[in-house]
Design a protein around this ligand. Sequence first.
Ligand SMILES: [Mn+2]
Length: 297
Amino acid sequence: MSTLPAFAVPPSFMGIAARDPHAAFCIAGIPLDIGTTNRAGARFGPRAIRAASAMLVDGAHPRSWVDPTTLPLSDVGDFEIFLGDIPRSLARIEAQAAPFAHLIALGGEHGITLPLLRALAKKSGTPPALVHFDAHVDTWPDSCGQEFGHGQPFWHAIREGLIDPARTVQIGIRSPVTQAVWDWTLAQGVTIMTAEEVHEGGTAATAARIREVVGGAPAYLTFDIDALDPAFAPGTGTPEIGGLASWQAQAILRRLSGVDFVGMDVVEVAPAYDVSEITALAAATIVWEYLALIGKK
Ligand SMILES: [Mn+2]
């Protein structure tokens, strides 16, 4: 717990002073956004999320009673990327992610998840389960001619065997999508929970379904902030109406204690389109919720 007022907390995540890459949990920014298909600007996501996280240093999580500021946690700064060069950037991200025991990444666009999963696969051998919050399935074989844009990460991840599709669950899905992409995703064994299903079934049933799909497998959490409704997260490149309220995402995450999470990212925060920093605050709080979950283990 910090004794500083929120506005005076240093500009790392939650004001963490440690930059030790050997810490049990490490936070890194990955300011890549050149694979976005609509509004770019997620390159400024990491700094906005860090700034908003200053609100989260005043005590423990009111459900798990973990205080994330007391965890063995470092903020190692931002990864290097190559401007204008997606393949080279992805290779560089993968190499930089490799040494960390447990990485929590602040995007950047969703394309960063592919090299993070590649790095994880090299470490663990067995493909993890995937808990994927998003408005979009992100299993397009290409978007606007891009092979490695922000709509492709899970097309590649499934084909490369980086995740277990039978233990993959997507939550909040609602965007326009070609039926061939939808059907291919389901045919791989992926569970799709639409935003409507979350709204109508409730957060407890959603969390129960996630737990059922993931089972006891190691799991990776990828949270595209556009899973949230634009009313709660306007600061993103490809907003879609009908999304989750921030309380719903929080309520679902709080019911995932005991899941064996091995890494996470929060992506697609584009501060230029944000209002009153609510998108950045939502993203920072999602990370904080995640830290409360893994800190309980
Ligand atoms: Mn996405």
